[in-house]
Design a protein around this ligand. Structure first.
Ligand SMILES: [Zn+2]
Ligand SMILES: [Zn+2]
Ligand SMILES: [Zn+2]
Length: 139
């Protein structure tokens, strides 16, 4: 399934109410802070939607692979946040509170050139996360 197909799915109100993936997506979009699988499970349960953890994990994996969500690994906890930016972008994670900001710029073409020069590999994509402290948590 591609991104467009997935987004189209939510234009149908019936699906939006009943499909597990749509419910998980909605639950994520209702909150500003990142959520883990357990939190999603509990949140949905409160709304009388019982969705198995396996299905939650699978959906989150799918969202991540489609670029709809960002997976935040902080020590042993894993949380997800929906992406607002659609095109290629990067994230910075606060090491204290776990919040995430999206970076609407990517300026590493020089770097890619260097990678090619030094290895002979043709670069087709890259992943890069930044870590630090947000304004509220700055030590
Ligand atoms: Zn993002
Ligand atoms: Zn913070
Ligand atoms: Zn980039």
């Amino acid at each position: 399934m591609n991104k467009e197909l997935f987004k189209n799915m939510f234009r149908d109100k019936r699906l939006r109410r009943s499909h597990p993936r749509a419910l998980i997506y909605q639950e994520l979009s209702n909150t500003q802070s990142p959520l883990g699988p357990q939190e999603l499970y509990q949140g949905l349960l409160k709304k009388h939607k019982r969705i198995g953890l396996t299905s939650i994990y699978r959906s989150l994996d799918l969202f991540e692979s489609l670029g709809l969500a960002f997976k935040i690994i902080n020590g042993s906890t894993v949380k997800y946040k929906l992406c607002e930016l659609e095109d290629h972008h990067h994230h910075i994670v606060c090491k204290a509170c776990g919040n995430v900001a999206e970076l609407n710029f990517c300026d590493i073409s020089d770097w890619s050139k260097k990678v090619t020069e030094s290895t002979g590999y043709q670069v087709t994509e890259h992943q890069l996360n930044f870590y630090g402290f947000c304004k509220n948590c700055k030590p």
